[in-house]
Design a protein around this ligand. Structure first.
Ligand code: C5P
Length: 275
């Protein structure tokens, strides 16, 4: 049995370059894994089964964990099933990549349990068939992603940085946020953003904030409140609704908004993420 950590991700910048004919959006995004995440207990079994600490999470075949198990069998020809227990902490509909991370962790663990029949590059390539955010998790934890998110380039690790994840009670559907997005930039990827960030001049932004704020104006209010708490950066992650706050600052908690203290993490080329 393997116990694997399944980290959340944050988008340090997310630029939407345009809408494609297949309905997806072309992206340029810098993504980072954090030490806040789920745990998966995974073992080989005669058939697939999934249980979860959170009764609200579907454990049927719509769950990306079971889709990942099936994908691994299809690609490798291996017949065995997987028994998985998911200890869920990453909120859903938050832009934190929880389901995608669970799928990547499942593929990695399945491959370990059967003696590494596939390479990391194969797992990464296959995973794009079941979700745009999954290939990122096969990077070392800091990566620039393009296409619909599936083309992944590893980057130098960023300096350690205290980070708060803030989750309001409302969630957002990813397709809804992309549908509300209006292109108002040149549609050109800006290498400048990446270069500036890599030399320590942080200019983090997210093109999906504006459509998310249009759909849920209370998210704009939450951002304003957080910006008055002294942080260097307050930004929505992915298609929302969670925010991350970087640097020194004072978060607040009430019975609606949840705050989680965490930090950037990276994995080594030889192992999976650890918290
Ligand atoms: O690939 P995934 O299933 O995670 O995407 C979910 C939805 O998010 C897509 O069906 C699409 O509506 C939207 N999306 C998009 N452009 C991307 C990634 C996702 O429009 N680059």
């Amino acid at each position: 049995m393997l116990n694997v950590f399944s980290p959340a991700k944050i988008n340090l910048f997310l630029q939407v370059l345009g809408k494609r004919t297949d309905g997806y959006h072309e992206l340029s995004t810098l993504i980072q894994t954090v030490g806040f995440g789920d745990n998966l207990e995974i073992e080989l079994a005669s058939r697939d089964s999934l249980t979860c600490s959170d009764p609200l999470i579907p454990v049927d075949h719509s769950n990306l964990i079971l889709k990942a198990a099936q994908l691994f069998r299809t690609k490798t020809g291996i017949k065995t099933g997987l028994k998985v227990h998911l200890h869920k902490r990453i909120p859903i509909q938050a832009g934190l990549g929880g389901g995608s991370s669970n799928a990547a962790s499942t593929l990695w663990a399945f491959n370990q349990l059967v003696g590494q029949v596939a390479t990391i590059e194969e797992l990464q390539r296959w995973s794009a068939e079941i979700g745009s955010d999954i290939p990122f998790f096969f990077s070392l934890g800091t990566a620039h992603c393009t296409g619909r998110g599936e083309y992944v380039s590893n980057l130098t690790h960023l300096p350690p940085c205290p980070c708060w994840i803030i989750k309001p009670p409302i969630g957002l559907s990813t397709p809804d946020v992309y549908r509300a997005f209006q292109l108002n930039n040149s549609g050109q990827p800006s290498k400048r953003y990446l270069e500036e960030i890599l030399i320590g001049q942080y200019r983090y932004f997210n093109d999906l904030e504006q459509p998310a704020f249009m759909l849920k104006p209370e998210l704009h209010d939450l951002k304003q409140t957080l910006m008055q708490k002294g942080f260097d950066t307050v930004l929505m992650t992915g298609s929302g609704s969670a925010f991350f706050c970087l640097g020194k600052g004072q978060t607040f908690s009430d019975h609606h908004v949840k705050s989680y203290s965490t930090c950037f993490i990276n994995r080594t080329p030889y192992g999976w993420y650890k918290n």
